[in-house]
Design a protein around this ligand. Structure first.
Ligand code: LLP
Length: 413
């Protein structure tokens, strides 16, 4: 269900007119819908029915504390990739025993922090990482619970930058070599084997690659069982796509069903969705500063830019851009561009819109990999983030000020 809908000719976020929110909090602005976040999470959770499972929200998609807290209150687990994400989940009230820790470059300090916090599982991505984890756990006189992230060499059929399950990618351990590494892990005094982990990419819009990867993971499961290595869960990663334009990804329940039908018995399953929970629970609001029609192109210069929302610039990603209050000015084709001094600074190209100076635009599907990838490039303060809950709006991150942006820097003596 989409909680950003037009009513009486203007865009609403749940029960609140977006125009009012923009007046109250300024632009550029991220708006999130609590109801959408909860519905998206629950659609995954409920699709598992009685099958033992844990939905571990991928924090990288949107790591705002309030977003994490809303999901923690629903019972979510979390997939983290850094000490910073661990800190956020703990401060947001997340249950450490539902945290899985992915990522190819965990430091000893991050491993120790996660062990002390009592996380559920480390998703180990290399032999060298396994050795270090054993050492760090030994120093703490603890046992580290692990899954090995295997790379099944499956083409996720998505953008090359967000495809992770091919032999060419830096992620995971070659699935052919995994049995030997499990054997090594089995012998390590401070490692406890829990599961097998696999994540093949992001924004997948069809089920076949997930099922291909799972088939390979299940073969590995059998191989391990034959040599007496017990596996207590499968973590099948994230990656389910969303509709930005005309993509038609399977719905969350169909995705879960497609996985479950292959799972032997009641072997517990973890998944790590990020985008499919957060993307369509958020919009990015920006205001038209100037219209600059030229002979070749019409540019609408807006106050939001690539530093706020980098997906269009970085991946040529298409996100829908809609007027907050549609009107009848003449319709033209516009490039929606920001104030940053780069040709690649655009939010959308060739969009048919009726625009006037001062108009508000909403960039849809901006709740995932939006603010989380924002920067201060061009010394721009990062935007505010607002969570709408019914007819209430909460500032969940204040708009940055210049003092805040500059506070870590100093002049030479
Ligand atoms: N688990 C692992 C180990 C991951 O690396 C990722 C995403 C996820 C789960 C969550 O995947 P999702 O369900 O969100 O597809 N910045 C890019 C996306 C990068 C995804 C990185 N890994 C974008 O804006 O498209």
């Amino acid at each position: 269900m989409d909680h950003f809908q037009y009513r009486d000719g203007e865009l609403f976020a749940e029960e609140l007119p977006v125009e009012q929110l923009a007046e109250r909090f300024g632009t550029p602005l991220y708006l999130y819908s609590r109801a959408s976040l909860e519905e998206h999470y629950k659609a995954f959770d409920e699709a598992f029915g009685d099958h033992p499972h844990q939905v571990c929200y991928a924090v990288k998609a949107n790591s705002n504390l309030a977003v994490l807290n809303v999901l923690a209150r629903c019972g979510a687990g979390f997939d983290i990739v850094s000490g910073g994400e661990l800190e956020r989940v703990l401060r947001a009230g997340g249950d450490p025993d539902k945290i899985v820790f992915s990522g190819v470059g965990k430091t000893a300090a991050e491993m120790a922090a996660a062990l002390k916090a009592g996380i559920h599982c480390f998703n180990v991505e290399s032999a060298a990482e396994l050795e270090l984890l054993n050492l760090v756990a030994g120093e703490l006189e603890m046992e580290a619970p692990i899954a090995i992230r295997v790379n099944p060499d499956v083409d996720a059929q998505t953008h090359p930058y967000i495809s992770t399950g091919l032999k060419d990618n830096k992620f995971g351990v070659d699935i052919e070599k995994a049995p030997a590494l499990y054997q090594r892990a089995h012998e390590m005094p401070h490692i406890r084997i829990l599961g097998i982990d696999c994540h093949i990419g992001s924004q997948l819009t069809n089920l076949a690659p997930f099922e291909d990867a799972l088939e390979r993971v299940l073969k590995l499961l059998e191989t391990l069982q034959k040599v007496g290595i017990e596996i207590h869960h499968l973590d099948l990663g994230g990656g389910l796509g969303v509709t930005y334009n005309e993509e038609t990804p399977p719905d969350r329940a169909a995705y879960v069903q497609a996985l479950l039908k292959h799972i032997p018995g009641d072997l517990p399953v973890h998944i790590e969705p990020g985008r499919s929970i957060a993307a369509n629970a958020g919009v990015f609001i920006t205001q038209v500063l100037f219209l600059k029609p030229t002979e070749h192109k019409n540019f609408a210069i807006v106050d939001g830019a690539m530093n706020d929302l980098i997906r269009p610039s970085l991946y040529s990603a298409w996100q829908n851009i809609v007027p907050v209050k549609p009107h009848d000015a003449d319709c033209r084709t516009w490039d929606i561009v920001g104030p940053v001094c780069e040709t690649g600074d655009f939010l959308g190209k060739d969009r048919a819109l009726s625009l006037e100076t001062g108009d508000l635009l909403a960039v849809r599907s901006a709740g995932a990999y939006g603010f989380a990838m924002a920067s201060n490039y061009n010394s721009r303060n990062r935007p505010a983030e607002i969570m709408v809950d019914g007819d209430q709006a909460f500032v969940v991150r204040q708009r940055e000020t210049f003092d805040e942006q500059l506070k870590l820097e100093s002049l030479l003596p």
